[in-house]
Ligand binder design. Structure first.
Ligand SMILES: [Zn+2]
Length: 425
């Protein structure tokens, strides 16, 4: 089969084309082995020419429609043939798909998706050029995800700089956006063989031998802006619209920059604005005073937590004294105390300050969390009581002879267990 003619390389702005269907692949196993994605009801179509960019070079593939009804969900290249994977809808059949062979079909790109990819890819070129130009930083790793992109900047070629500071990164962000405002041309040059291209000024040495595409930002002799790339790019940097850096951090001795460009970057900024607006309303302040207000609130919360801790301590000590007098008054009798506002942690705090040598069985109950804590100095084995009986009412737990815990699935089960303790001990 002849190689697919790549219309997207000749004109990045072509949104529609007519193509001849050369063949289809309908066997899921074959689709997978060629490089397609796993998809229940799908088939692949091969065209004589295409506007659909296949996944590659860190850029996701194009999506769109064929004959306005066949949904192209994935596009990939295998041995210079481009495969368009189509997901069948409920009305479509494999027989209809096969019948397209030999016919001319219309292809339509999902243009917002493609244009966003063009903006993002070009944004990555611009930002990498800036880091190279300003600091000799080489982009050693590129990732293009749905929500952000990353580049890993390595300073090995510039021994004068050991690390990128916040100021240096911010300067690079500003300079990258200045290159957008300058609306520089983005030019593409094609070379059949490596020898024709390798002597040209470029940011990164070539690692392919044929079908080389050099993409240049600005002047073609500007080495920082020139790199081999098979992706799709706009004609001018102005179309990128915006480059926004989200964060930067050390990564394996390099600086990993998380960022985005174009429509995606704008969406991110709009989301952040909405969050800022909500926070400002919540704290009744403006953006400039927001952090100060949050810090102040945190400080207040810390003080309140400390105050609460002190109050609880006094309260729990009072409860302990009350239990101790009850133990003295009812020698040997079980003491059950239900604390409607106590959580398990509060029961544990109280349990911890009870004396070890309690003669009575002391039962602490939290109806809030359906938890019971048993304490005893020797007359009863708390762990055994829980192990032998809690399960009857769906309870779980365990513990040692002097201290054990049981948790119940409902208030009713908890009450049954307490009732049992009252009667049995
Ligand atoms: Zn590119």
């Amino acid at each position: 089969m002849d190689r697919t003619i790549k219309l997207y390389q000749k004109n990045f702005y072509q949104k529609q084309c007519d193509s001849m269907v050369l063949s289809t692949v309908t066997d899921p196993v074959e689709i997978k082995s060629l490089g397609g994605i796993e998809e229940k009801s799908s088939f692949c179509i091969v065209l004589n020419q295409t506007i659909f960019f296949p996944e590659g070079g860190g850029q996701s593939c194009d999506i769109g429609l064929i004959e306005n009804e066949w949904n192209v969900i994935y596009v990939f290249e295998r041995e210079k043939i481009i495969y368009h994977q189509i997901r069948l809808n409920k009305e479509q059949t494999i027989e209809q798909a096969k019948a397209m062979v030999g016919h001319t079909v219309s292809c339509n790109l999902n243009w917002p998706h493609r244009f966003s990819n063009m903006q993002r890819h070009c944004g990555e070129h611009i930002l990498s050029a800036v880091f190279y130009d300003l600091y000799g930083g080489v982009n050693r790793g590129f990732h293009m995800g749905d929500d952000y992109m990353t580049i890993d900047i390595n300073l090995e070629e510039n021994p004068e700089i050991s690390q990128l500071t916040d100021e240096m990164v911010k300067k690079a962000e500003w300079k990258a956006n200045e290159m957008i405002w300058d609306n520089l041309p983005v030019s593409i040059r094609y070379f059949d063989r490596r020898e024709e291209a390798e002597h040209l000024p470029m940011r990164k040495a070539l690692n392919i031998d044929e079908d080389i595409i050099l993409v240049s930002i600005g002047d073609e002799n500007y080495a920082a802006g020139c790199v081999a790339c098979c992706g799709t790019h706009p004609q001018n940097t102005g179309e990128v619209g915006l480059i926004k850096l989200y964060k930067w951090e050390n990564y394996k001795g390099m600086t990993r920059i998380t960022f985005d460009a174009g429509a995606n970057a704008l969406i991110h900024c709009l989301d952040q604005t909405a969050i800022n607006k909500t926070l400002c309303r919540h704290y009744s302040t403006d953006l400039h005073s927001l952090i100060g207000k949050i810090d102040l609130q945190e400080q207040k919360n810390k003080e309140i937590r400390q105050e609460l801790y002190e109050l609880k301590k006094v309260f729990i000590e009072e409860k302990r004294n009350e239990i101790l007098s009850a133990v003295q008054e009812n020698s040997g009798k079980t003491v059950i105390r239900i604390y409607p506002n106590f959580k398990t942690d509060d029961l544990l705090a109280l349990s911890r300050i009870l004396p070890d040598k309690l003669q009575n069985l002391v039962v602490l109950v939290s109806p809030l969390e359906n938890t019971v804590i048993l304490n005893c100095g020797g007359s009863h084995d708390c762990g055994k009581i829980v192990r032998d009986n809690a399960g009857v009412w769906g309870g779980k737990g365990g513990g040692k002879a002097h201290n054990a815990r049981a948790m119940f699935p409902s208030r009713q089960n908890l009450e049954c267990f307490i009732d049992f303790l009252q009667k049995a001990f």
